[in-house]
Design a protein around this ligand. Structure first.
Ligand code: TYD
Length: 259
C-alpha cells in the first residue's frame, strides 16, 4: 500500500494506455495495473469531450461495488481494491479483444441495425460480440469469426456466454431493486493464468458509461446517454444511481466525494 501511495504522490508512473474514460498505469507489481477514472464523457458522433465533474470518483465506486457483488457470486473479476477516490488496483490480464454486449431492451446500435423502436423488450437477452479495433470501428463479429481468427477459443466463448448471462440476471435484479431498468451493458474479458489452468474473468469496468440504465417510472436515461443526449446536469444521473445502490449517503453531493 505504501508503495502505491508513494507512486501516486510522486506521479512517476508509467502510463500504459489512455482511453475516453480511463487512464491505465503500471501497478506496483508486474501482474497489476492501476485504473484511473477520468472526469470526461466523449460524444461518439462529434468526438467532443464533455467534462463531467465527479464522474471519475463515482465510476470508481460504482465499478468497485458491482465487481465485488459479482465476485461474491463466484463470478471472477480483475478488481483487487480501490486505492483512492478515483483509482483502483486491478489484475493485469491477457485481454480478449472483444466487447460483449448483453441486451434486454432495444436501444442504440441494435435499433439502427434492425430498424427497431427504442424501448422494445427483447424476447430473450441477446448477446452480441464486437471486435475491439478502433481502426475498423469495432465491427460486429460472429462466433465463427472469433474462433477462426483465434481471438478466443470455443471453450472460452462458452465461459464468456455463461458469465454474461449470469451477470445479466444478477445485475438486472440488483438494479430493478432500486427502481432502475438495465437496458443493456458491455462486458470485457481477459485470461488469468494460474499454475496449471487458465480462467476467463471479467475485466475493464461496469459503470453508467458502459450500461444503459433508465429510471423505472419515467424511463429517464440516468447513464452516459442522459449526459450526452438529454443535457442533464452532468453529475445528476450517476450520483442518483450511486445513491440508489446505497453506495453514497442520501445527503452527499459530488463535492463531498472530494472532501
Ligand atoms: P450499443 O448500442 O452497441 O452502441 P451505442 O451505445 O453506440 O449505440 O451499446 C450497447 C451497450 O454497450 C451500451 O450500454 C453501451 C455499451 N458499450 C460500451 O460501453 N462501449 C462500447 O464500445 C460499445 C459498443 C457499447
Amino acid at each position: 500500500m505504501a508503495s502505491i501511495l508513494k507512486m501516486n504522490l510522486s506521479g512517476k508512473r508509467k502510463q500504459l494506455y489512455e482511453g475516453s474514460s480511463k487512464i491505465l498505469f503500471e501497478g506496483p507489481d508486474s501482474d497489476t495495473i492501476i485504473a484511473h477514472f477520468k472526469d470526461e464523457v466523449t460524444v461518439a458522433s462529434t468526438n467532443e469531450t464533455i467534462a463531467v465533474a465527479g464522474k471519475g470518483a463515482l465510476n470508481n465506486r460504482i465499478s468497485e461495488y458491482l465487481m465485488l457483488k459479482l465476485d461474491s457470486l463466484g463470478i471472477a473479476t480483475h478488481f483487487i481494491k480501490n486505492i483512492n477516490m478515483r483509482e483502483q488496483l486491478v489484475r493485469r490480464l491477457d485481454v480478449i479483444p472483444l466487447q460483449v454486449v448483453i441486451r434486454n431492451v432495444a436501444a442504440g446500435d441494435i435499433c439502427t441495425r434492425f430498424g427497431m423502436e427504442e424501448g422494445v423488450v427483447l424476447p430473450k437477452p441477446i448477446i452480441e460480440f464486437f471486435l475491439k479495433s478502433t481502426n475498423l470501428k469495432d465491427p460486429l463479429v460472429t462466433e465463427d469469426h472469433i474462433e477462426a481468427f483465434g481471438w478466443a477459443g470455443a471453450f472460452e466463448m462458452e465461459e464468456i456466454r455463461n458469465i454474461a448471462i449470469r451477470a445479466n440476471d444478477f445485475l438486472t435484479g440488483l438494479f430493478l431493486g432500486c427502481g432502475i431498468r438495465l437496458i443493456d451493458f458491455k462486458l470485457e474479458f481477459g485470461r488469468s493464468f494460474g499454475h496449471d489452468f487458465e480462467q476467463v474473468i471479467i475485466a475493464d469496468e461496469i459503470t453508467p458509461d458502459t450500461c444503459r440504465l433508465w429510471d423505472m417510472k419515467t424511463n429517464v436515461k440516468m447513464d452516459q446517454e442522459g449526459v450526452k443526449l438529454e443535457g442533464f446536469p452532468p453529475d445528476k444521473g450517476y450520483l442518483e444511481i450511486a445513491r440508489r445502490l446505497g453506495i453514497l449517503p442520501e445527503t452527499s453531493n459530488v463535492e463531498e466525494l472530494y472532501s
